[in-house]
Design a protein around this ligand. Structure first.
Ligand SMILES: Cc1cc2nc3c(=O)[nH]c(=O)nc-3n(C[C@H](O)[C@H](O)[C@H](O)COP(=O)(O)O)c2cc1C
Length: 180
């Protein structure tokens, strides 16, 4: 079984990546592999509506193939202007129900403010609905993300750390029930 995690930040030292790594670590305890696609490393061009799929650049074809082959997905986004980051939305524009229908999704958000990224996770829930995917209801968000992490990548707030780990556990459990 395999999960792909999409990290919607272009920063190498991304707090969203750190959050995704916590979920990945928990999922992998249950024998499920998680491949992280971090858009600081994988650069997808802007979605081009006039381009036929056969003419997509290799990086896009590989991206679509990876998502299609995964049994589940982790969507992790920083909140940008009250919504999903452009780079994640652009990546998802290449994806359709053909690749996502029936798949489980775990959603996490990070935010610079104390308010958290609830708008972002709500938007990702909507996107999942449109892709016919099944987002887990638990969708933790990390407020004041720049100050939220210890040097070892764990969260300073132990309860929040636990919520991310529980999300990973739930994703692994649900996946094992669905994918035989
Ligand atoms: C263009 C842009 C817009 C942002 N808009 C918001 C916002 O609306 N609300 C908020 O709380 N933080 C906002 N932030 C802060 C980011 O959400 C926050 O720093 C995030 O955790 C960064 O993620 P990263 O470390 O993975 O890059 C914004 C940052 C950028 C660069």
């Amino acid at each position: 079984m395999k999960i792909v995690a999409l990290v919607g930040s272009t920063r190498r030292n991304s707090t969203t990546r750190k959050a995704a790594e916590i979920v990945k670590k928990e999922v992998e305890k249950h024998g499920i592999t998680v491949e992280i696609i971090h858009f600081a490393e994988v650069k997808l061009p802007i979605y081009e509506g006039d381009l036929d799929k056969e003419d997509y650049p290799l990086v896009v074809k590989d991206f679509i193939k990876t998502v299609a082959a995964a049994d589940g997905i982790i969507l992790a986004s920083p909140e940008y202007h009250g919504s999903v980051s452009g780079v994640l939305k652009n990546a998802l524009d290449y994806i359709g129900a053909r690749e996502m229908s029936g798949k489980l999704a775990a959603i996490i958000g990070t935010a610079g403010s104390q308010l958290g990224a609830s708008n972002t996770v709500n938007t990702l829930h909507q996107i999942c609905r449109n892709l016919h995917a099944w987002p887990l209801p638990q969708s933790p968000t990390i407020p004041a993300s720049y100050e939220a992490f210890n040097l070892d990548g764990s969260l300073k707030d132990e309860k929040l750390q636990e919520r991310l780990e529980k999300l990973g556990l739930k994703l692994a459990e649900e996946l094992k029930m669905r994918v035989k």
